[in-house]
Design a protein around this ligand. Structure first.
Ligand code: AMP
Length: 318
């Protein structure tokens, strides 16, 4: 039996299904999580389906989360979407259920779960959920809200169909979702909307970015600056892709100082693979979009030096 059928068999076997995603959710985390929840609800109205993981700051227009008690996990099926590593799962009670399923599009470095569906070729986890629906179309129901959520996840993770993970299949899936009754234009506007303070931070990024001769770029966002602009960590998501638009920039790191003093590092690349570098620094992710952590300025410098080396090797290859 293929994995999409196996997952459906599990869903059918359980009365309670609890769906998790990763911490600091982005549109694909929420889109895949709640998109799946909505499909299961629409298909099996008698089942109890919960979406959990706490607040979704800035993404409330997509969905709200449910509060569940520990007792709810008894005899429940737990599904986690869009989350490569178990420590990143939002709400550590994911282990309290009877069975655990992982559905993801990141490299499968941590194959947690009794059943795992990982497709690293998918643009987004939302695309995989749309595939899950298609592969079981005779037994599942899509509705307008599920389509809206999955569309949002695909738009979010592909940078509006810009990044290389966007395939012909991605566009086919997006086209089918768009045929449901929601306004893709309104949704796109909502997704790109930013407060003025974030727009000003974008200006700061372009004014202060450092780019070396090989296209390795770096921007430091110390706590003092975030406080001055009134920015919280989650809002830096809006500026992560900006350096990619600058000609000559090949790969970049955005070093966001945390209140505790360490740095969250957001890594992006237009060519050199950067997730191995991320893994060396308590992180991971996709070949061209990863995250890591630096405990102090010394580790920040080490990471930037490694980005420079990757860019140099990449440029020399040609
Ligand atoms: P971000 O910069 O947070 O948008 O992350 C980009 C990608 O890297 C996402 O796909 C994350 O799953 C992954 N990622 C970010 N931080 C970590 C981490 N600490 N450990 C593993 N993967 C991460």
């Amino acid at each position: 039996m293929d994995v999409a059928k196996e997952i459906l068999t599990k869903i059918k076997a359980y009365q309670t299904i609890i769906i998790h995603r990763h911490q600091r959710p982005d549109p694909d985390a929420i889109g895949s999580q709640v998109g799946l929840a909505e499909i299961v609800r629409a298909s099996f109205p008698d089942k109890k389906v919960y979406q959990v993981g706490g607040s979704v700051e800035g993404l409330e227009f997509l969905a709200k989360m449910d509060d569940v008690t520990d007792a709810t996990y008894q005899n429940a099926l737990v599904i986690v979407t869009d989350t490569a590593n178990s420590p990143r799962i939002s709400d550590e009670r994911y282990n309290l259920g009877a069975e655990l399923i992982k559905i993801d599009h990141h490299p499968n470095d941590d194959p947690y779960g009794d059943l795992v569906w990982v497709n690293t070729k998918a643009s987004s986890c939302s695309e995989i959920i749309a595939d899950f629906y298609h592969l079981n179309e005779d037994e599942l129901t899509m509705n307008n809200n599920a389509a809206r959520l999955l569309y949002a996840g695909i738009v979010g993770d592909t940078g509006r169909f810009l990044y290389p993970a966007t395939t012909a299949h991605t566009l086919e899936v997006a086209a089918e979702l768009m045929a449901y009754d929601f306004s893709a234009a309104d949704l796109n506007r909502e997704l790109e909307k930013m407060p003025m303070r974030v727009a000003k931070l974008a200006g700061y990024v372009y004014q202060n970015i450092y780019v070396d001769e090989f296209g390795a770029a770096k921007i430091m966002l110390p706590q003092s600056l975030l406080n001055e602009y009134g920015i919280v960590d989650s809002e830096t998501a809006a500026i992560v892709s900006l350096p990619g638009a600058i000609e000559n920039v090949v790969a970049w790191g955005i070093f966001v100082e945390q209140p505790e003093g360490y740095y969250r590092v957001r890594l992006r690349s237009k060519g050199p693979v950067i997730n191995e570098l991320a893994k060396k620094h308590h992180g991971g992710g996709h070949p061209l979009a990863s995250g890591a952590n630096a405990k102090n300025q010394k580790e920040v410098d080490e990471i930037y030096t490694e980005i420079q080396q990757l860019c140099k090797t990449y440029k020399n290859k040609g």
